[in-house]
Design a protein. Structure first.
Length: 242
């Protein structure tokens, strides 16, 4: 018997608009990601990477097919149950950090936990532990505009990881970072994966994709290739698929 994947996309489609101007952003994508598995998604701009990730995180609604998170069909859930799964099971890292400017680093990390009913004091303690884990304890009481881009992104990742989320989705989280900070961010994601989370990372940089167990290539809304990390390097070195 095989375990239920943390994330399963089945014949997933997403069409924006209708009629002659309709955009078929995803055209029947099948993908399973298990606990402890780190999958990188690569592909040209406009190939559907962000669409795939927002659907997987329950931030967008599919036109067809299914998204299952820990066996729950997101399309069949009530709004309240979907919101609960988004908060408790899914950690989402956005390209532009999305920290709340009026809250400190620790408050930003604690917020989703408090929304989930965790006592403020406990949420604060968890947030400080998360900051400690990423080596940013000294930033606890700083506001986003008092931090560098790399620091903000690591705080955003701590926010996505706090509270044992089993599915971590990151959309080009290294976009604006220098390579050293980018590697630190990848190390964090990799560690969480090794602790049992399922991680899906969208990236256009092969050096970051090299941290993954598997690389999935999207083109025009379709998965055109899937490869284990070892062979991914060979494939990427060829430069054929980007
Ligand atoms: N809200 C939207 N309305 C209309 N078209 C969209 C919307 N979001 C994405 N698209 C289109 O869907 C396709 C896939 O976009 P996206 O998933 O953002 O690609 P990627 O992240 O790979 O660059 C693109 O053609 C894009 O223009
Ligand atoms: Mg994108």
């Amino acid at each position: 018997m095989t375990a239920t994947p943390v994330l399963r996309l089945a014949a997933l489609t997403r069409v924006h608009g209708s009629g002659p101007t309709a955009v078929h952003a995803l055209k029947g994508v099948d993908l399973s990601v298990h606990a402890g598995e780190f999958v990188a998604v690569m592909g040209p701009s406009g190939s559907g990477k962000s669409t795939l990730l927002t659907l997987a995180g329950g931030l967008d609604t599919a036109t067809g097919g299914q998204v299952l998170v820990e066996g729950h069909d997101l399309g069949a859930l009530s709004r309240a149950r979907l919101a609960k799964i988004r908060r408790t099971s899914v950690g989402y890292v956005f390209q532009d950090y999305n920290l709340i400017p009026a809250l400190t680093a620790a408050e930003n990390i604690a917020l989703p936990r408090e929304l989930d009913g965790v006592a403020a004091r406990t949420a604060r303690r968890e947030a400080l532990a998360a900051l400690d884990e990423i080596g940013l304890s000294e930033l606890a009481d700083r506001f986003p505009d008092e931090m560098s881009g790399g620091q903000q992104q690591r705080v955003a990742i701590a926010r996505a990881l706090v509270g044992e989320r089993r599915l971590v989705l990151a959309d080009e989280p290294t976009g604006a970072l220098d390579s050293e900070t980018g590697e630190a961010v990848l190390a964090l994601l990799r560690r969480r994966c090794d602790e049992g989370a399922a991680v899906v990372l969208v990236t256009h940089e092969s050096r970051y994709a090299a941290w993954a167990d598997r690389v999935v290539f999207l083109r025009d809304g379709t998965i055109v290739d899937q490869t284990a990390a070892g062979s991914a390097e060979t494939l990427l070195a060829g430069g054929g698929t980007r």
